[in-house]
Design a protein around this ligand. Structure first.
Ligand SMILES: [Zn+2]
Length: 287
């Protein structure tokens, strides 16, 4: 088989995906969910215990009705909202385990996603290491965790899902410029090596919509700009993780001319500009 590159395509062969991640279960999140749902966007809501137990606590029914029933995701954000780089391994175990246990018990879902609280893995105390934090998260069944602090317009899928760097914070001055750039990528005419899929990952906090004048208008403007594009897959963090993981599970012959899909997902990809899809359990023979 003579070809140069094979690239993932998102469901229905789409080249682009858009996802969101909002922290802390702010009271603004319900209105935010109303807004994004009306635009067909998907978000992952990262909830700590303050969001579920504090004075302004979100009711279990509210989370179910306003987030989960609408196809959004709920993920771990640390029971006590403590930065993994600044606590002991034992404290980290407790923070993640308690958070995951509570979310699963309340909402009846399998919860495997996370957003690092506070400075996360950016500020590492002496004796702590990312490798150890990663190993702890893996042993607690966390498969992805969002980090922060390096907004960029590369739109790459993460190399390491446990250090998943978003594209931009909602208040980044460049966010509209980034969206324009993301939507303007010309896959039709792109050089064969540049046809890899692109992901736009937006994150923030609900309270930022009210903290700043014009915050709600700004997020609606973002929604308007990013929504409704037929070539963009709108998905939660976990949907993206699951799909990419399924793609990475494809099995190839030595010559790459036979491809077997052992997963339960229909998977799309392209080889040197030619689109393919492979059904669950199917083996594809390429001429
Ligand atoms: Zn937080």
């Amino acid at each position: 088989m003579n070809f140069r590159y094979r690239f993932l395509r998102f469901p229905e062969g789409k080249t682009r995906a858009f996802t969101m991640s909002y922290d802390d279960g702010c009271r603004e999140d319900v209105r935010f969910s109303d807004l994004i749902t009306s635009y067909g966007l998907k978000c992952t809501f990262n909830l700590n215990s303050m969001a579920l137990h504090g004075e302004d606590a979100m009711k279990t029914e509210t989370v179910k009705e306003k987030f989960l029933d609408r196809g959004h995701e709920v993920a771990v954000h640390g029971y006590f909202h403590r930065a993994p780089g600044m606590i002991t391994p034992t404290e980290l175990v407790r923070d993640v385990l308690e958070s995951r246990r509570e979310l699963e018990a309340r909402f009846g879902r399998i919860i495997r996603g996370m957003a690092y609280p506070d400075s996360g893995i950016r500020n590492m105390f002496p004796g702590n290491s990312y490798e150890e934090i990663k190993a702890i998260l893996q042993s607690l069944g966390i498969v992805y965790a969002r980090t922060l602090g390096a907004d960029n317009d590369l739109f790459r899928l993460p190399q390491d899902f446990l250090a998943w760097m978003p594209t931009a914070h909602q208040e980044n001055d460049a966010v509209f410029e980034y969206i324009d750039k993301f939507l303007a990528i010309d896959f039709e005419n792109a050089y064969v090596a540049n046809r890899y899929p692109r992901l736009f990952y937006l994150w923030g906090h609900g309270y930022e919509f009210t903290r700043r004048e014009g915050g709600w208008e700004r997020i609606e403007e973002i929604c308007k700009k990013i929504a409704g594009h037929p070539d963009v897959w709108y998905a939660t963090n976990m949907e993206i993780y699951d799909y990419v993981t399924a793609y990475n599970s494809l099995v190839f012959s030595l010559e790459s001319d036979r491809i077997y899909n052992p997963t339960l997902y229909t998977i799309w990809f392209e080889i040197d500009r030619k689109p393919y899809k492979i059904a669950p359990g199917e083996t594809l023979f390429l001429a």
